[in-house]
Design a protein around this ligand. Sequence first.
Ligand code: PAF
Length: 287
Amino acid sequence: MEKVTKIIELRHKVGLWRAQGLSIAFVPTMGNLHAGHIKLVTEAKKKADKVIVSLFINPSQFGAGEDFEGYPRTEQADQEKLEQASANLLFAPTVMEIYPNKAEATTVSVGELATLHCGAHRPGHFDGVSTVVSKLFNIVQPDIALFGAKDFQQLAVIRKMIQDLNIPVTIFSVATERESDGLAMSSRNSYLTEQQRAIAPELYQSLCRAKDLVKQGQLNFHTIEKAQKNQLQESGFQVDYFSICKASDLRAATKNDNDLVILVAARLGKPRLIDNICFSKKSQLIS
Ligand code: PAF
């Protein structure tokens, strides 16, 4: 696997592949790769001739006082994992390469969708994500891009951006990879102490309980949300939100909606964990 750090080098490489008529899949990451990222690469390999992975810890999606400085930087280990997964190219630019003007005037902002849930608790976060993803798409110009379903709202924001800006990239969502106890894999799990790690799977358990209640016909969503929130809080989580939503637009679900997603974000000491469960009220789990 080749590694490049400059946009010009990446474009040269992509140009050579394009001249041979090869298709390109793109997996954007912030590094500290785990099995969930590797699954994105494996899926990407099935769908395109060449797979490009970016490793860029994007400062513009971290708010003041968030963990940008302390975000785990594990480039050597990441590179080895990507070699093993047979990715074709690693793009690992510096902050100066992506944001040479320090204060760029242009920001991509996706509107209401980016202000709900995580957007309400991390103001500006999704503007940072949509801006960097649109920059990366313009740099790489892939045919397809793959994102993990754990970041359900991020995926919805990116899909909306693609649609609204007519960006010719097909987006694929890849199911969340979980530890054997159900905890969703995340780069931030490495912040958990042993004690917090033992409690962390309760987040997914709360989603499963809420899903079961809805599927059993309990339609007072507010009561379900409140009960799960309380239970998480009793276990030591500080819950930002626990919301039963319409999968299509992430607005609060009503009893007539069928395709639902339950979104949760909660702090357990330092780390803030997010997870979701997506299902159809009438049938089996849809993802
Ligand atoms: O999900 C992530 O790791 C990041 O938000 C992304 C999509 C790479 C943008 O920086």
